[in-house]
Ligand binder design. Structure first.
Ligand code: ADP
Ligand code: MG
Length: 324
């Protein structure tokens, strides 16, 4: 066993989560930025998450290890809004690691979508859940002070998703740079920063949001755009009309929860961000791994470029999105 793993076990013992018996750290799949293990304990399975100093992706995205702190804070804050929305944090351990309760029998939403199990009602619950967290934290000085993570959000989201494409495309650079500036300047609500179907568990009580390492006090339109982007990309990948319907259901449910600013303004910002994120997923530093077919990439690229030039509110964008 590596020394670091021994540290984790010692930390779990210190927190009273495990006893002196044998402990097995079972790696959970999926992570590029963390070690994530499932650990059996006398009071049921838990998850231990330890941020890696450097992300396991091709490009060298250096991210401060402090993102573990933001994640724990986000999970606790989201549970304060509604305990069904996030797993319970059980202990904070050394090196920004933490333990949370494992949710048994809850598939990852991405796996459900990729297997063709597309449930618009669940997508609506996702929209409702994100909006509830935004509404609860909007214009709140305490939340703003608790998530001063602008540098991290810039390194993990603004640079790779917006500015990287701008640097490689002179025609779109002015629009994308302006969008990046607008995104960084807005301080409206607590943003999760990685609302992707791979970070949402499907539980009987609705969606459970994981992986809030990029959490920042910023523009809530980002979360809506980020999640919608994933559904639109998957719609092109599968050709499934139901994925477009799910995106529309998500946006409609989110819209119904906006009570902190004018909905029209937010939906337009979300539409602009969605266009940029769609393009980033075919031309940026973090391409969607399943979108390998050149025809699929062209369908996304052509629509995204047109939308960056002539922005539409996200509900209109979703309604007009072409899968072929
Ligand atoms: N509390 C939990 N209950 C059940 N499964 C979990 C839990 N936390 C994480 N997982 C599983 O581990 C995977 C990786 O966790 P995540 O927090 O997304 O880490 P990473 O930053 O490495 O992506 C998730 O996609 C999910 O399958
Ligand atoms: Mg994840």
């Amino acid at each position: 066993m590596a020394a670091a793993d021994a540290d984790i076990i010692e930390g779990l013992r210190g927190a009273g989560l495990i006893d002196d018996g044998e402990v097995v750290l079972e790696p959970l799949t999926g992570g590029v930025s963390c070690d994530v293990w499932k650990v059996a304990t006398p009071s049921g399975p838990i998850v231990v998450k330890r941020p890696l100093p450097q992300l396991r992706v091709a490009a060298e995205w250096l991210a401060p290890v402090e993102r573990g702190i933001s994640e724990v804070r986000w999970l606790r804050r989201a549970r304060g809004v509604d305990p069904r929305l996030a797993p319970e944090v059980l202990a904070e351990l050394a090196d920004y690691s933490f333990a949370m309760r494992f949710l048994p029998g809850c598939p990852v939403w991405k796996d459900e979508l990729m297997a063709g199990r597309v449930d618009a009602a669940f997508a609506a619950q996702v929209g409702q859940g994100i909006a509830a967290i935004h509404a609860a934290t909007a214009h709140n000085e305490t939340d703003r002070a608790a998530f001063p993570n602008d540098a991290m959000f810039r390194a993990l989201r603004v640079d790779p998703f917006l500015l990287y494409v701008a640097q490689h495309d002179a025609a779109l650079a002015p629009a994308l740079t302006a969008l990046a500036d607008d995104l960084t300047s807005r301080k409206i609500a607590l943003v999760h920063g990685d609302v992707s179907p791979k970070n949402i568990l499907v539980s009987t009580g609705g969606p459970v949001f994981l992986d809030a390492e990029c959490a920042v006090y910023g523009d809530p339109a980002f979360d809506l755009a980020f999640c919608t982007t994933h559904l639109l990309l998957k719609a092109v990948w599968s050709g499934e009309a139901r994925l477009g319907d799910a995106a529309a259901a998500l946006v409609a449910a989110y819209r119904a929860g906006i009570d902190w600013e004018g909905a029209d303004d937010l939906l337009l910002r979300a539409g602009q961000l969605t266009a940029a994120l769609l393009l980033a997923r075919v031309e940026g530093k973090s391409p969607a791994p399943y979108l390998t077919d050149p025809d699929h990439k062209n369908i996304v690229r052509d629509q995204a470029r047109a939308l960056i030039g002539a922005p539409q509110p996200i509900d209109t964008l979703v309604a007009h999105w072409k899968r072929t």
